[in-house]
Each structure stands twice: as C-alpha cells, then as structure tokens.
Ligand binder design. Structure first.
Ligand code: 5CA
Length: 440
C-alpha cells in the first residue's frame, strides 16, 4: 500500500474524552472513528487489524473442530420469550418493532437463535457432538459505554455453541474451547489468565473468563503468578487425556474474579506468587447444560431411543475488544507496538529523500520486491518531513521499518528498525528481503 493513496488520518492531538492509551491511540492513529456513544466506524488500518485478529480466532476455532456459520444480527423476540430471558435481560437489549409491528431484538448474544437452529435439524445422538460458531456484530445498550472498543455498544464477538449428549462429553467440548483459547491468545501476543468466573445472565455452573493484566482493566482478579509461566500449547484435540491435562495445568493454580474470590484459598499460595491486578476480560466460556434446550425443546434421541434435552455450552471472544486490549498491552509514549501477527502491515518503508530520484527508485524497487515475497508492506511515499514520517510510522506501530536516505544509499545500505526494541541495524540493500523473511 502506498501511504499517499491510502486513508490514514493520523493526528498529534490527544482526543478529548479518550481516557486510556488504547482509546487515544486508536483515534490518533486514524484507525477508528466514533459515530455515537459506543459505536464506531472502522477506518482502513483499524479494519485490517480487526480482520487479522478475526482470522487467527477463526483458524483456532476450526482447529478445535468448531464449524462456522453466520446468524443474523436481528432476532425474533419470540425466541427470547420461549427461553424466559426476554424480560430479565433488561435495558441492555435493544428492542425494535418492524412495520408489521413484529418485535425484534438486536442480538446481544445468540443462545436462543442457535438453539432454534439446532432443534430444526438435529434429532439424534448420532449427530453429536457439534460445535457451531459465528463472528458477528452484537449490540448491548451498555449504561456506560467507555474506553473506546473496550466497552462498546456495538461490538464484534466470536461466539461458539456446543451440543453434547451428556455432561461427561460436554466436558470434552469445554476442554477443547478452553485450550483453543489459550492458543488463540498466545498467537495474538497475549498472556491470558483463565479465571474462575460468575456466569451472569448467560447462566450455568462452570464458567471461566480469560483476562489480561493491564493497569487500565475494569475488573480485579486474584491469581497465582506461576500460571503465567505455563507453556503448554501442544495438546492433541483428538485425545481427551491430552486436553484434560492441559486444562488441569492451567486450572490447578488459583485464579479468581473479585466476586468468586476466596481469601482462604488465596492465602494458601506461597506469598511470592500471590498476585492481584486490574484485568481486561477478552473471552468468557460457559457450560450451562439444559438452560436453553429444556424450555426451547431442543431434544435428541439417545441410543436407547429415549428423548432427552441436549447439553449445551457457549464460548465468547471479544474480537473488537481485543484490538484495544492488545494496544493496552503493547504501546509506548510514541504509539502502538503491534505484535507481528496482527499488525496492519508487517513492514513500513520510509523514504527520506523525497526529492532524490535515486531514493525514490530504490524505495519503489524494495516495495515491489517485498510485495512479490508476500510481505504486507506500507510505503510512506508522502511529501512530508522525515520527522513526520518517523512519528507516524511509530504511531501506527509498524513492527519493522526500512529507512532509506540518500547518505546510506551511497554505500548501498539502508536501516532496518525494530519498533518493539527500537534497535536499528544497517543492512546491505541486497540482503534486505532475506533479513526480513527471517524475522517475519
Ligand atoms: N454468549 C456468551 C458467550 S458466547 C457471551 O455473550 N459471553 S459474554 O457476555 O461474556 O461476552 C463474550 C465476550 O465479548 C466478553 O468476554 C468480552 O470480551 C466481549 N464483550 C462483552 N461485552 C462487550 C462490550 N460491551 N464491548 C466489547 N466487547 C464486549
């Protein structure tokens, strides 16, 4: 992408009303634009990051055996009356009437809708287990939308729903999602902590939140810091033992949200590992059994011919919230430090000799070489000062930056800067692709 032909409205000013770094930086880097409270447009750079996160989430859901569908944003309120949640969900739910006075709601979550799909087609244990997911916009009329994408009203969620014959096999579905979440967050550059959680309006006995520690988090969690040292991402989805081992490794250490916290258990952790911190919840999983299948009549025949309700769970990841959460974890005073896996571009080219023909030619040449090697690159070809170009490239957080100036070119060299550690190395122009391919 040529910077001059893209649409990246960066700004030096901190937007008024944006209180936390991710919100400020998303606006300053020209990634999102607020349209009304908690509702945003996605500008090119923000949209690219959102899509990158979505791809990783999708790949890991599919690896764990979940199958993608797409449900509508608008749902019939009849379904919610059937499940018994229509009244209880309260003012967070946006209710709409169409021209025929039919009552609709803008989905804040999809348990009812998916149960309706399931019961329309599946009647036998032979089709179980099944896990269906979608990545779709949700609307929750939050009383206090704030912190940009962290607590929006319209937000993108990945939600998966599992269907099993009984509680025992539902455990395997839960382990699969639990472990796949750990892998997903690792790939996004995040050290997520699984935390025993309250199941709130979704319901059920077993529930975990996945949180990252940042000093701007909205909730507080208590945890054993040894949980952050576990490196176990090689489990085998086809083997129950392997999944259960991995699940146990993480859950054997104490961790809890505020409302489930037990000071007695916490005090049993050796003192040097006792930790408490502000956290952002990036995912939440639930096993709630028959809460929707019973009232909504989602029954299957078992191998004895008995008709029994299907055992369900649901598994959410805040895809748009993750854009902010990653920035909270990765930024400095100059801007964003994207992990390469989600960066809007992997490499940026800064041409410092805007009136120098040789600089222009070499920049263009390197740009084309990177593109033909499938490296995602942005070339800052604008008629701007060196200072502005450096500042903007750091603000938008491009991980590897190639800096081309007339002086370096005389000796056939350029600079390669690593945004994360700020190191700069001088590299022979002929080696630049080889070096980048090693890094990316
Ligand atoms: N149906 C279940 C799981 S599929 C569910 O709705 N779970 S949830 O309420 O916990 O939401 C799932 C994830 O969506 C949360 O972990 C969080 O990361 C994200 N999320 C929830 N509310 C918001 C919001 N207002 N703004 C941005 N992300 C949100």
């Amino acid at each position: 992408m040529y910077w001059s032909k893209s649409f990246i409205p960066t700004s030096k000013e901190n937007p008024s009303g944006a209180k936390i770094p991710s919100h400020q930086l998303l606006i300053r880097a020209g990634m999102i634009k607020q349209e009304s409270a908690g509702i945003y447009s996605w500008l090119p750079l923000g949209f690219k990051v959102l899509k990158n996160i979505e791809s990783i989430v999708r790949e890991e859901q599919e690896a764990a055996g979940a199958v993608e569908i797409l449900m509508p944003t608008l749902q019939s309120s009849d379904l919610w009356i059937e499940s018994g949640r229509y009244e209880g969900y309260g003012e967070e739910m946006l209710r709409i009437s169409d021209r025929h006075d039919a009552d609709l709601i803008y989905g804040p979550t999809n348990e009812e809708q998916i149960t309706e799909i399931f019961r329309s087609y599946i009647k036998s244990y032979k089709n179980l287990p099944l896990n269906l997911f979608h990545i779709q916009w949700k609307f929750r009329d939050e009383i206090r939308p704030r912190f940009g994408l962290l607590r929006g009203r319209e937000f993108l969620m990945k939600d998966a729903y599992s269907f099993d014959l009984d509680k025992e096999s539902a455990k395997i579905s839960y382990f699969k999602m639990f472990t796949s979440y750990m892998r997903t967050f690792k790939r996004l550059g995040l050290n997520a902590i699984p935390v025993i959680a309250d199941s709130g309006p979704i319901g059920g006995e077993l529930s975990h939140e996945f949180s990252i520690i940042t000093n701007t988090g909205e909730t507080e969690i208590y945890y054993d810091s040894r949980i952050l040292e576990i490196e176990d991402y090689d489990f085998d989805y086809s083997k129950k033992d392997s999944l259960e081992n991995s699940y146990n490794k993480f859950t054997n250490f104490y961790s809890s949200t505020d409302d489930k916290h037990s000071e007695d258990l916490f005090q049993k952790i050796p003192e040097e590992f006792q930790n408490k911190g502000k956290a952002i919840e990036i995912g939440h999983i639930f096993s709630f059994g028959y809460k929707y299948s019973e009232p909504m009549n989602a029954f299957v025949n078992n191998d004895k011919g008995e008709n029994i309700p299907v055992y369900m769970g649901s598994y959410g990841i805040g895809v748009s919230r993750l854009v902010s959460a990653i920035i909270e974890a990765y930024h400095d005073d100059r801007g964003i430090l994207w992990p390469i896996s989600v960066a809007p571009f992997q490499v940026g080219i800064i041409n410092l000799g805007k009136n120098d023909e040789k600089c222009k030619k070499v920049s263009e040449d390197i740009y084309q070489q990177l593109r033909s090697n499938n490296i995602d690159v942005i070339y800052d070809d604008r008629d701007e000062s060196a200072g502005r170009k450096y500042a903007d490239m750091d603000l938008i957080g491009i991980p590897y930056q190639i800096i081309l100036g007339p002086r370096d070119l005389e000796s056939n060299k350029c600079e390669l800067k690593n945004r994360l550690n700020d190191q700069r190395v001088s590299i022979d122009l002929d080696n630049i692709i080889k070096e980048l391919l090693k890094l990316i």
